[in-house]
Ligand binder design. Structure first.
Ligand SMILES: Nc1ncnc2c1ncn2[C@@H]1O[C@H](COP(=O)(O)OP(=O)(O)OP(=O)(O)O)[C@@H](O)[C@H]1O
Ligand SMILES: [Mg+2]
Length: 400
């Protein structure tokens, strides 16, 4: 019995021991589980906070965009956001990845094709690629992100056309960037408006660009940039959106942002019919269409390009109708800097008319195109009179 009892006691002891031995394991496991669940709940919390931050940013962005035109609210902020520019994006991405970034870009193309948009994306990407300097010793106790201010200067070359403006700019660019920036980027919008001496002053600067300096020219008339500068630049022409998928994508994006739920198909067909292929003009027209205008009204106005103060659609209509007196009345306000815009606009219009006409009319339109393309543009001082005389001859051709 005593043996039994000893065995029993032993058994009980063993069982207790085993229990005792198992217990702590259980405790450890449960500690782990608590830790894991704490971590996962923290992660979830962080995730939720990030989501909340994202939502807050979106709301903030929407508030900032209230009252702004759709085109500005929808301005893409990264290469990935751009529609229909795959080849350009691919080239740029590989330049950035390999740190072989040109120091001088020329972005050219018609109104609204995305020059300014791409220039801003590029300038940010250049800064991000070169990184920021450690400025913690300047800004103790302040989160560095709050102090990041990239050195990006936007200059409207239409207002600052002279050599003195450019000399000042070159001098400013020569100074090292302010921390935390490591580089300086200048965007020169309407760069074709720079005077020839001002452009000449930039030749040496762009040939031997300081390591920290990047120039981005935006222009709708690249032929007015002197050849010496053109040769030094990496030239990009953002593409017009001629592909139906791209047109649909930009219209859908606009409709989503404007919370428009109607049928967009007739509008997409209209874009193709009226050949409004510039993303900026498509978004402008979409805004009108969403607010109730008919397809043709929103798109014809979208094509109604103003060159300076000149209503080009009226000029083109009068020209095709052979009414030189009407053309002359509108064109009397044209200035030398409007010459290229007028020529491009009239030729674009005539091209559409030519493709849609037949018989005698098509021959007259073809001859009118010949007259206009042969206008003399080599010498700046005679470019405008030369264009006007060819427009007059084109007009007369329409009446023959
Ligand atoms: N590739 C693109 N994808 C999506 N949207 C675009 C694209 N390019 C331009 N946009 C839209 O078109 C608008 C006009 O573009 P942007 O101002 O860059 O044109 P631009 O060529 O500088 O015009 P301008 O000749 O009038 O200066 C932008 O605000 C943006 O909303
Ligand atoms: Mg622009």
């Amino acid at each position: 019995m005593s043996d039994e009892s000893t065995k029993d006691t032993k058994d009980t002891k063993d069982t207790k021991d085993i229990k005792d031995k198992k217990e702590p394991k259980k405790v450890i496991r449960s500690k782990k589980t608590i830790q894991q669940s704490l971590e996962s709940s923290l992660l979830k919390q962080n995730g939720n906070e990030k989501d909340k931050d994202k939502d807050k940013n979106k709301e903030k962005e929407k508030k900032q965009n209230e009252g702004r035109v759709l085109a500005l609210s929808l301005r893409p902020k990264s290469l990935e956001d751009l529609i229909g520019q795959n080849d350009i994006c691919q080239t740029l991405k590989s330049q950035f990845e390999s740190h072989r970034i040109p120091h001088f870009f020329i972005l050219s193309g018609p109104v609204g094709c995305g020059k300014t948009t791409l220039a801003r994306i590029l300038s940010r990407k250049i800064h991000e690629t070169y990184g920021i300097q450690d400025v913690s010793h300047y800004y103790k106790n302040i989160p560095i992100q709050k102090k990041v201010h990239y050195e990006i200067k936007e200059v409207n070359a239409a207002n600052q056309t002279g050599i003195d403006d450019i000399r000042k700019l070159i001098e400013h660019m020569g100074f090292k960037p302010l921390p935390p920036s490591r580089v300086k980027v200048v965007i020169l919008d309407e760069a074709h408006q720079l005077s020839v001496p001002a452009q000449n002053a930039l030749i040496t600067e762009t040939e031997d660009v300081p390591e920290h300096v990047f120039y981005i020219f935006c222009t709708s008339a690249p032929q007015k940039i002197i050849p010496a500068l053109q040769r030094r630049a990496f030239h990009i022409c953002p593409k017009l959106l001629k592909d139906k998928d791209n047109i649909e994508e930009i219209v859908k994006r606009s409709a989503k942002y404007a919370e428009y739920n109607g049928d967009i198909d007739p509008f997409v067909e209209g874009i193709i019919h009226y050949e409004v292929f510039s993303p900026g003009l498509i978004i402008q027209a979409a805004e009108k269409y969403f607010s109730g205008l008919s397809v043709s009204d929103s798109l014809i106005n979208g094509k109604n390009e103003m060159v300076g103060n000149i209503d080009m659609i009226s000029v083109c209509r009068a020209l095709v109708g052979g009414k030189w007196n009407v053309c002359a009345e509108i064109l009397k306000d044209a200035t030398r800097s409007d010459t290229y815009g007028i020529k491009a606009s009239v030729l674009g219009y005539l091209k559409t008319v030519l493709l849609k006409s037949s018989g005698n009319k098509s021959i007259n339109v073809a001859k009118a195109i010949r007259f206009i393309t042969s206008a003399e543009f080599q010498d700046e001082s005679i470019a405008l009179p030369s264009l006007l005389s060819s427009l007059c001859l084109a007009c007369a051709q329409m009446n023959s």
